[in-house]
Design a binder for this molecule. Sequence first.
Ligand code: SAH
Length: 344
Amino acid sequence: MIKHDIMSMTVEEIEDLLEDIGEQKFRAKQIFDWIHSKGVLDYSKMTNLSKDLRQKLEKTASLTKPKILEKYRSEADNTTKYLIELGDSHIIESVLMSHKYGNTVCISSQIGCRMGCTFCASTIDGLVRNLTPGEMLAQIYLIEEDSKERVSGVVVMGSGEPLEDLDATLRFIELINDPRGLNIGQRHITVSTCGLVPNIYKLADEKLQITLAISLHASNDTTRKQTMPIARKYSIAEIIDSCKYYIEMTNRRITFEYALIEGVNDSKEDAYELSKLLEGLLCHVNLIPVNEIKERDYKHSKQKSINEFAKVLKGKGIETTVRRTLGSDINAACGQLRRSFIQK
Ligand code: SAH
């Protein structure tokens, strides 16, 4: 018999499961509360369930608590990077970012990644597998338990491409947003994609109030193809069209991520070209000096070019922020920590 993955199930699905094994439906809310509100990922600690029921659950529905293997704290910018071991011994990384206005966790959506962006460490060894919704949630629950901090926001911006397994990502959002669980508001959830156009349309049709972030990183297809293989499949024009549809469906502002790489995509011409693409669109641009990873010889743009780039965009009325590179002293760029750990 295939075991159910209880952490990825809704209250209603748990109710059905309980009925199937001859148990009372109302227990579903208790189980859901233990897992998603209290973050208790262990049946033996669910003290309001009978021993008999707990044993039955052990047999029919797996519940595995991933383990925090290591953590690295950056005092410089209040981030803590976690290395987490999953039930099948694979390792993922997540980051807790503490701000004045609350704590945000950056979670991974896959083990590794197959998108192949040339500046990113997560993709170097390819994709191992997708994470289950439960494994996405567990990153947050473990970090809340470890840090004793309440998490108020989530960004799906760690390793992996969250729109590759759209169903898992949608289920994750449904569960983290459930008032009976952690109840994180949709507006406090950001999903970042390299631009899987068909799934941007599907996500738009869900009419969620989450923030969609697009990793653009170039202002024309020729440059984008140099760093992002996905650009051979979908053009920037197609991405922008899907973003317009997303805005139409949700009325939400899109975030465009643009990692500035010296000599690759950071000229004034690039900035003008980008502003042409985005003018009039309900959007926000996040400029990020690329995090230098040891596997590649990309350099981040000089402060002067960054400022000039931002100035061009702002001059065209495009809302722009320059993001600090968070946690660079603790290898917090996507996938770097996991990679250096596995290599050890
Ligand atoms: N696959 C998704 C989400 C994961 S990557 C996506 O592509 O959006 C999260 C963000 O970090 C993306 O914008 C990605 O392009 C960016 N990123 C990856 N490596 C980086 C690096 N070395 N420096 C700066 N940003 C990087």
